[in-house]
Design a protein around this ligand. Structure first.
Ligand code: 5AD
Ligand code: SF4
Length: 457
């Protein structure tokens, strides 16, 4: 799936620079980081969508000049119907901080000289607050945009989109700019679609969202009432006749709440497989990534999940070679992988996406170091994946038959942990959950012998 490059509506950017050469340089950088959001420089503030005053604090008079300039720009903002965004950067911003917004409420953003890398995030947030959806020229690479789209049921397993967008602004990632703010689909819509899928024979539903566990919805008329999180939604969907398996992807550690963890212990339909990306095992790198969690926080979620559901298997995404990643940071990632033990994981070399804060960071890791780290990480992950699959040999697993195999009399299916299972069985079993005794395994699949149909729960 390739998402076409979006051609943004050009937005007009006016930056007024006061003071020293340092400010002139910073204004250039601000222009650079805003370009991927569609901002092009113009010569005056009158019609600008974004006005930045890059200020100087050297004399009292200079500060007062900024306030009087802001008074003028406020009038232009009013004339634009409030559409203009006003930002104050530089040393006055540093020195006066929130005081600026108090003295001149027309100002939307204040950012000190250390915060320029946050400008795209701040502008994206400010324009969302006015209901504007930024169209950016970040091209979304296939591998980073791997979420399957919702589709008509064409088999017993289907996706159901429940949430879109992302407010997390990880410093390496374009999604918050390209996909907009987090938005949850209403409960009623989801239930209607789930019922319709069930009526079409779907038994395994994957709830989809960029930050699926940030999903929340008001359900005043349904059991429990009030505001639901994903755990409560799963409890509700599990009662729909025909829905035997529920999954959700992709989750963020920051949104993993107690109720969702508890639901895993209570709802057998919630499958014991969780894709919970961690990206790195180093707290220093997690901080630079703006992930908002530590390695310990992640490990704690994993332990609590396994307490609730002992057969819980984990999947993750990793980035190696994030700017500033030292040998020790990378070893922290390897140690985290050893501690968790993954069923499957996706790993990438960090690649700078122009306009994201990380692209502007210093100490980029040399390509050959990234290559070497990726190879070591992938060797470990493949070994874990192979071991995880092998651990099922000898067990009898409930397998959802998803289709017929290449040869007559062959079928394939899916285990509770998303493993592909190949076995001999008649085509008439497609759509049923059957017991399969696992007799062999590879890194990517299991082979088994069909025993009998499992009664629906
Ligand atoms: N460089 C490398 N990997 C990235 N991802 C997202 N952005 C980047 C980037 N700039 C990876 C993350 C994410 C997955 C979908 O893609 O691991 O979880
Ligand atoms: Fe990108 Fe995921 Fe981070 Fe959102 S949470 S910014 S989608 S990596």
């Amino acid at each position: 799936m390739t998402t076409p490059t979006l051609r943004p509506e050009p937005k007009r950017l006016f930056i007024k620079t006061y003071g020293c050469q340092m400010n002139v340089y910073d204004s250039e950088r601000m222009r650079d980081v805003l370009r991927p959001l569609g901002y092009q420089p113009v010569d005056g503030p009158e019609t600008a969508d974004l006005v930045v005053l890059n200020t100087c604090h050297i004399r009292e008079k200079a500060t007062e000049k900024v306030y009087s300039e802001l008074g003028q720009i406020k009038k232009m903002k009013e004339a634009s119907g409030g559409k203009m965004t006003i930002a104050v950067a530089g040393c006055v911003a540093q020195a006066e901080g929130a005081e600026i917004m108090r003295r001149q409420p027309a100002v939307d953003l204040v950012l000190g000289p250390q915060a320029y890398h946050k400008l795209p995030e701040m502008v994206a947030r400010a324009s969302r607050a006015t209901g504007d959806r930024l169209e950016t020229e970040f091209e979304t690479l296939e591998k980073f945009d791997a979420l399957p789209k919702q589709r008509e049921a064409d088999g017993p397993a289907a996706f159901l989109s429940v949430q879109e967008g992302c407010d997390k602004f990880c410093t390496f990632c374009v999604v918050p700019y390209t996909r907009g703010a987090e938005l949850s689909r209403p409960v009623d819509d989801i239930v209607v679609e789930a019922r319709s899928l069930a009526a079409q024979g779907v038994r395994d539903i994957s709830l989809l969202g960029q930050n699926v566990n940030a999903w929340h919805g008001a359900a005043p008329k349904l059991e429990g009432g009030g505001e639901w999180g994903l755990g409560q939604l799963a409890r509700h969907l599990s009662k729909i006749g025909g829905i035997d398996r529920i999954r959700y992807t992709t989750s963020h550690p920051r949104d993993m709440d107690d109720d969702l963890i508890a639901a895993h212990g209570e709802v057998p339909e919630l499958m014991p497989f969780l894709h919970l990306p961690v990206q790195s095992g180093s707290d220093r790198i997690l901080k630079a990534m703006n992930r908002g969690h530590t390695a310990e926080h992640y490990l704690d979620i994993m332990r609590r999940m396994r307490d609730a559901r002992p057969d819980m298997a984990l999947a993750s995404d990793f980035i190696v070679g994030f700017p500033g990643e030292s040998d020790q940071d990378f070893e922290d990632t390897m140690n985290l992988v050893r501690e968790v033990g993954y069923a499957i994981a996706y790993s990438f070399k960090y690649s700078p996406r122009p306009g994201t804060p990380a692209a502007d960071m210093f100490s980029h890791v040399p390509e050959e170091v990234k290559d070497e780290r990726l190879q070591r990480l992938q060797t470990l992950l493949k070994q874990q994946q192979t071991e995880f699959n092998a651990s099922k040999v000898g067990e009898t697993l409930p397998v959802l038959v998803t289709g017929k195999g290449k040869m007559e009399g062959q079928a394939h299916g899916r285990s509770p942990w998303m493993q592909a299972v190949h076995f001999d069985a008649p085509e008439s079993l497609v759509g049923q959950i059957v017991d399969v005794k696992i007799v062999g395994s590879t890194m990517s699949s299991l082979t088994g012998e069909y025993a009998h149909v499992v009664e629906a729960a």
